[in-house]
Design a protein around this ligand. Structure first.
Ligand SMILES: Nc1nc2c(ncn2[C@@H]2O[C@H](COP(=O)(O)OP(=O)(O)OP(=O)(O)O)[C@@H](O)[C@H]2O)c(=O)[nH]1
Length: 384
């Protein structure tokens, strides 16, 4: 039994709040490139991109930055690492100036590595951000795969930024929680034994949720507990949601980027394939609209993508749950919820793809979480 719903095209609305209009060339580039290679492939991919572009500068940020001739182009890869729900995706969207990663108040929203690309003119630098799944104590197979992908994403990038929640740190009276502690210790160990050569920064996010008079003391305390463990080179204090500290952070990361040619066309915002972006947009709406009713193992895949002569596109996405009984939760009474998910997702797609979209949604039950092919399609490893 399949529940189906079609959201036909209406007037495009800016539900994404993009700071920069998406462009046709971007969509073309998205089609021709795939980012979500397995996590071990991140380092290889960075090297391959550099070799393909004829770059000569070595990764490692600061040293090459110091010796660079003024005005030389730079290109830096930055990966984010942090506990769930600390605002990594929101931060990447803020740095890129466009919505390329989905965001929800639910933990573990990000399942795969998402790339965001931006040019920082002041340094003639292109920055490529890798947003990763949050780190948490993983028991289930999908969770384990996500956490593994997050840990591995730092290998081979020029910079790693640990994203911690400032309010949480403030509420715990200046103590790191277990996950933060684990991350700091792992980074310090990897740096000490030479496994991690990247520049490491700590980003204290959600500073808007910390009362103003307390902020300086909080950041000093964070520097103390983290810097004292030889884990980080620099601290950024930001509110990704409000945009505070974002320009400064982007500029500094650009200054630290190695000298070398840009690896993507100037207007590119991401190199995720369109089909994957479409599925992510639907998944965001499923997360936002189901909230606490969301079945754990919900996934979305794009089954069809058909271009029409009038320039519009027909997209068929399937929302996958693992049990028949969960289909009704996603569909809602008389299909009202899936209809609303479809409407919001379509509007977001029209904004992002800059064209009319006819979106069809199906809800199916399938044991997708036991299928290695699904994991691979998201760049995750399947363990047995
Ligand atoms: N007040 C406030 N909220 C924020 C800020 N940054 C992110 N948030 C909120 O925090 C929640 C989680 O944000 P995400 O960007 O999805 O967090 P994430 O770290 O990518 O989450 P995972 O995918 O679970 O790892 C969302 O509700 C955001 O709106 C911030 O600077 N201030």
């Amino acid at each position: 039994m399949v529940a189906a719903f079609c959201a036909t095209s209406g007037p495009a609305v800016n539900t994404w709040g993009c700071a920069r209009a998406p462009r046709g060339e971007w969509v073309e580039t998205l089609r021709s490139l795939r980012t979500n290679a397995g996590s071990r492939r991140v380092a290889r991919r960075v090297r391959w991109c550099r070799a393909a572009a004829g770059a000569t500068a070595a990764a490692g940020g600061e040293s090459s930055a110091e010796t660079a001739p003024a005005g030389a182009p730079r290109c830096g890869f930055v990966s984010f690492l942090g506990p769930s729900n600390t605002g990594k995706s929101t931060l990447m969207n803020a740095l890129v100036g466009a919505k390329v990663a989905i965001v929800s108040p639910k933990v573990q929203t990000t399942r795969t590595r998402v790339t965001g690309i931006v040019v920082e003119r002041s340094c003639n630098a292109q920055l490529v951000f890798l947003d990763t799944p949050g780190i948490f104590r993983a028991k289930r197979r999908l969770d384990r795969a996500m956490v593994r992908a997050a840990w591995q994403s730092g290998s081979g990038t020029d910079m790693v930024s640990l994203i911690f929640d400032g309010r949480e740190f403030w509420q715990s009276a200046g103590k790191l929680n277990d996950t933060q502690q684990e991350i700091v210790e792992a980074v310090a160990t990897r740096r000490a034994n030479g496994q991690l050569k990247a520049h490491v920064s700590l980003t204290v996010n959600k500073i808007d949720l910390v009362p103003e008079p307390e902020r300086d003391a909080l950041v000093s305390r964070m520097r103390e507990v983290v810097g004292g463990q030889q884990a980080v080179d620099e601290v950024f204090v930001v509110s990704a949601l409000r945009g505070t500290g974002i320009d400064r952070m982007r500029r500094r990361l650009a200054e630290l980027s190695p000298v070398g040619p840009w690896l993507y066309p100037e207007d590119d915002l991401s190199d995720m394939p369109q089909r994957l972006l479409a599925a992510e947009i639907v998944r965001e709406q499923v997360f936002l609209q189901l909230r606490h009713e969301l079945p754990y193992a919900t996934a979305v895949e794009t089954e069809e993508w058909t271009e029409r002569p009038d320039g519009s596109v027909v997209i068929l996405c399937t929302v996958l749950v693992t049990r028949d009984s969960q289909k009704g939760i996603v569909a809602g009474a008389k299909g009202s919820r899936i209809k609303s998910i479809g409407t919001q997702a379509r509007l977001a797609m029209e904004r992002l793809f800059d064209r009319k979209v006819h979106l069809y949604l199906h809800v199916k039950s399938r044991k997708w979480d036991e299928n290695p092919a699904h994991f691979r399609s998201w760049g995750l490893e399947y363990d047995v």
